[in-house]
Design a protein around this ligand. Structure first.
Ligand SMILES: [Zn+2]
Ligand SMILES: [Zn+2]
Length: 191
């Protein structure tokens, strides 16, 4: 086996079992531990794997993708985060539902799950089931046009009573954001 083949095999095993010790890897690959260390060096450098007390394991996703939004590349501060899980089980972090919806539209066919948070309760909800509130007076200080997500229509409407805005479903919210992003910058302003 070539070093590159050994590395691919190793990543496959790590996906299956989580972590492996150097001795286990050397046994499985029938190479010396010295060779294992040489093999894993590039993977460590690239941040694909990390050293653990017992050996090595795949890098947690947060360390693999840097701490920035996958769409607008702003630093994540997780005030109102949005996550997309792809079919090959990568987790993408988005700074807010605005970026989440636009990113979803970009990679729609590779998406297996979309998760967001209820703005009031901070509970985890499926983005496709969520209610989206746009044009509220409440400013998240993230991307414009701003979108807030709610688990129930009741909460969205209660929030809307206090801060205004329009409640939408998933597809409507995507259409609306896309329309505004493609339109003149002027329509990003509040009426
Ligand atoms: Zn973003
Ligand atoms: Zn944002």
């Amino acid at each position: 086996m070539l070093p590159i083949e050994r590395r691919q095999q190793l990543l496959k095993w790590l996906k299956e079992v989580g972590s492996l010790s150097i001795a286990e890897i050397s046994g499985r690959l029938h190479v010396s531990e010295m060779t294992v260390y040489r093999d894993i060096r590039p993977l460590l450098d690239e941040g694909q794997i990390i050293k653990t007390s017992g050996g090595i394991s795949l890098a947690p996703v947060s360390q693999m993708s840097s701490n920035t939004c996958n769409y607008c590349l702003k630093e994540l501060h997780n005030r109102h985060p949005f996550q997309i899980i792809t079919n090959d089980l990568k987790v993408e972090q988005l700074c807010c539902p605005h970026c989440g919806l636009l990113r979803y539209k970009d990679i729609e066919k590779d998406v297996s799950q979309i998760i967001c948070r209820d703005f009031l309760q901070n509970s985890t909800i499926s983005a496709k089931m969520a209610y989206y509130l746009m044009d509220t007076d409440f400013n998240l200080n993230c991307c414009q046009p701003q979108v807030l997500t709610f688990e129930s229509l009741k909460h969205a409407e209660q929030f809307q009573k206090g801060f205004g805005g329009v409640v939408m479903r998933f597809e409507e919210a995507i259409d609306e954001i896309q329309k505004r992003m493609n339109g003149a910058m002027g329509c990003l302003c509040k009426k």
